[in-house]
Design a protein around this ligand. Structure first.
Ligand code: ADP
Ligand code: MG
Length: 682
């Protein structure tokens, strides 16, 4: 960055100590920060036909003074000035308080521009601003900045235009000419001027276009550079193993892999065999069969003489995976261990000891797996399941756990493409885009809570045939704040209703690990026929005999979450059903229920979810991987995002980008982000 721009904000004329603090509060420390402080919206004060303006709306008009102004005083200081103004075919009154000095300047037939509140009934404008002479186009659209405390929007405008006057010439282009030409983009200087001092809607649109592209390009460059550096600076493990043994394992699987599963297995194995370190995201809709893909990759690592780790978000899921992987690996002399927070003391010490000695080849667990005291003998592959909420930082941490360890992230939340290339831009992506053969589409119904009787008899009918049901409630127990169903009440209601005929289980987050375990085990063995639960079963749980999913107060859940919950059924060959009990009041709520009944495709749902909720909410509040764009909007500007990504991929892989002068501006940005200094990486 140019030196002058990095001067502290206090060097700007009129910015004293107090104002400096006000600016600092907004994160503005330098002149550059100020120039890069963009408006969040614009007020349109351009001239309008008064016929189109509503009562009490703010309006700007230009007209000719039509009568001698009359001035009345009340007391010493307060005054009121009125005159008639001819605006096109309108003759209206203008009222101006406490500015007596205007009187002598307003001569009949002179042109003035007036901004103020329009009283349609009295045909009067009460003046907020009055300028002599015709409207200056520059003030047509006014930027509105987010401000705090004593700093007003007007003040902010004043300081910014001052800074623009003084420093605009120090703003340098960072995009190479070829891009400006190719996409017909304004220069950085032009665009910055239009952003702060817009002269018209079209220029503003163009300025926005430029910054959208710039933001996306810089972001994608970072991602692509990170990807390149990670690949090249990392010495990966070249997994080498016996193919015959590997094939043997594939042949013991109870089903043939789907085409999509085979394809992603190939992609993963290719990465594992390469000298680069794998950093891959595996996306596959609920029920698409990711677990078996994970098992295959883990077996390849173990055959190569390494250990594997499988990390999941909940204990329930850890238990379940442990159970099924133990079974899968039994004939192959692979030792699988489960590590959860409930494994303590001597048992835990023994387990960790075995892990260090390579007596355990696969460790399954929750976040507990990345704690400091856990040491592997030789960790070759880490897989995380259902970890779409992981941010870039956490992904980095996990990679650092083992030396050169290959990493695979699995997620069932189908991520809209725009989000995937944003949040996971630095990773390679594999997609399982088909479900195993023979699955029947889940039938989804949206019903009012008043139809509970019919739902109960439906559950009864299905359970009589040997099937099982989940009943999901938003809360564990009654709350005076929220009028929604709670698991305890529903559990006792159903227990009573099905007494002597069916077993009703209860699952929620406040049970101990042992209790959760036991309920889950009894449910998967069909000793419990109906499971009342909170959303703790949302991700990953696999009980293929369950065919009914009832969700109370479904309007309280997001689309992706509903889709995840629905994904707990339809995992076998029987017809499955999802019943949404909801009475949403808002249009969006109704829309969400409707979409759920219309599609089973997680990718379609996630695109719709993104539209309805916006990107900020998509990954939940806790996510930390999503960048915040100042101007760009991932939903509306997705085309620009795709273009910028493609450009970034090409740039980073070209030699010219790293050598030639014209790319210096872009390279500087990468340097500033710390990606190229290597320190943050290994
Ligand atoms: P998810 O992708 O949601 O994690 P799972 O791995 O739990 O899905 O698989 C869902 C169900 O599908 C499991 O019961 C699993 O055994 C079964 N399954 C996985 N792959 C296949 C396949 N190729 N053919 C038939 N069933 C499969
Ligand atoms: Mg799964």
């Amino acid at each position: 960055m140019n030196n002058r721009l990095s001067e502290p904000i206090s060097t700007l004329k009129g910015v004293g100590e107090e104002t400096t603090e006000l600016f600092n509060d907004l994160g503005i420390y330098t002149i550059y920060d100020l120039l890069e402080y963009f408006p969040y919206r614009y007020d349109d004060n351009s001239l309008k036909d008064l016929a189109d303006v509503k009562h009490d709306e703010r309006v700007t008009v230009e007209g000719k003074v039509h009568s001698e102004p009359s001035l009345t005083y009340f007391g010493k200081k307060r005054s009121r000035l009125t005159f008639r103004l001819l605006v096109g075919r309108y003759l209206l009154s203008v009222v101006c308080f406490n500015r007596p000095y205007f009187k002598n300047k307003l001569s009949i037939d002179s042109t003035v521009t007036v901004t103020g509140k329009w009283d349609k009934h009295r045909q009067t404008i009460t003046v907020q601003e009055l300028t002599f002479g015709p409207k200056q186009t520059l003030t047509g659209i006014e930027p509105v900045y987010s401000v705090k405390g004593k700093l007003t929007i007007k003040g902010m405008r004043k300081f910014i235009s001052l800074a623009m006057k003084e420093y605009l010439d120090d703003i340098h282009e960072i995009l190479p000419d070829e891009f400006l030409l190719k996409y017909k983009l304004q220069t950085r200087k032009e665009a910055l001027r239009s952003i702060h001092l817009p002269v018209g809607q079209e220029q503003l649109k163009q300025a926005r276009r430029r910054f959208v592209y710039e933001e996306f390009l810089l972001f994608q460059l970072k991602m692509q550079a990170l990807r390149k550096v990670q690949r090249e600076q990392s010495k990966g493990i070249e997994h080498k193993f016996d193919y015959e043994k590997f094939d043997e394992f594939l042949h013991t699987l109870p089903f043939p892999l789907t085409k999509a599963q085979s394809r992603v297995v190939n992609e993963i194995i290719t990465d594992m065999k390469s000298p680069f370190r794998m950093n891959r995201l595996l996306q596959g809709d609920v029920g698409s069969g990711k677990t078996v893909v994970a098992a295959i990759a883990i077996y390849a690592a173990i055959l190569s003489g390494y250990q594997g780790a499988l990390m999941v978000p909940t204990e329930i899921l850890a238990e379940q995976h442990a159970e099924s992987l133990v079974k899968m690996f039994e004939p192959f002399a692979v030792n699988v261990a489960l590590l959860t927070s409930s494994i303590k003391g001597k048992k835990r010490r023994e387990l960790l000891e075995k892990l260090r000695n390579n007596e355990i080849q696969l460790l399954i667990g929750t976040h507990a797996l990345i704690q400091d005291e856990i040491h592997f003998h030789q960790l070759g592959l880490v897989i995380t399941d259902e970890q779409h909420r992981f941010g870039v930082e956490q992904r980095r941490m996990l990679r650092e756990k083992g030396e050169n360890t290959d990493v695979l992230f699995m997620t069932a939340t189908p991520i809209p493409r725009t989000l995937a290339i944003t949040a996971f831009g630095e990773m390679d992506v594999s997609v399982i885009d088909e479900l195993p053969a023979g699955r029947k589409a889940i039938e989804t119904y949206w019903v009012k809570p008043t139809m509970l009787d019919r739902i109960l008899s439906f559950i009864e009918k299905e359970t009589s045939k040997g099937r099982q049901a989940y009943v999901i409630c938003p809360l564990i127990e009654e709350s005076d704040k929220l009028d929604v169903q709670n698991a305890l009440d529903v559990h006792s209601m159903l227990t009573h209703f099905f007494q002597g005929r069916f077993q009703v289980g209860l699952m929620h987050g406040r049970l101990t690990s042992e209790e959760k375990d036991s309920v889950m085990r009894r449910f998967s063995q069909n000793e419990v026929n109906i499971l009342v639960s909170t959303t703790v079963v949302e991700v990953g749980v696999n009980v293929p005999n369950a065919t009914i999913m009832v969700i109370y107060d479904a309007e309280r859940f997001g689309l992706s979450q509903l889709h995840q919950l629905r994904g707990r059924v339809g995992r076998g060959s029987e017809q499955s059903y999802c019943i949404l009990l909801a009475d949403p009041k808002s249009e969006t709520g109704k829309e969400r229920m409707k979409i759920m009944t219309e599609t089973n495709d997680g990718f379609v749902l996630s695109e719709r979810d993104l539209e309805l909720r916006g990107p900020g909410d998509f990954f939940g509040k806790k996510q930390s991987g999503m960048p915040i764009f100042k101007v760009a909007d991932m939903v509306h500007d997705y085309r620009a995002l795709e273009v910028a990504r493609q450009d970034a991929v090409e740039l980073v892989s070209s030699k010219a980008f790293w050598d030639e002068k014209k790319y210096e501006g872009l390279r500087m940005h990468l340097l500033q982000s710390g990606i190229l200094d290597g320190e943050k990486l290994d």
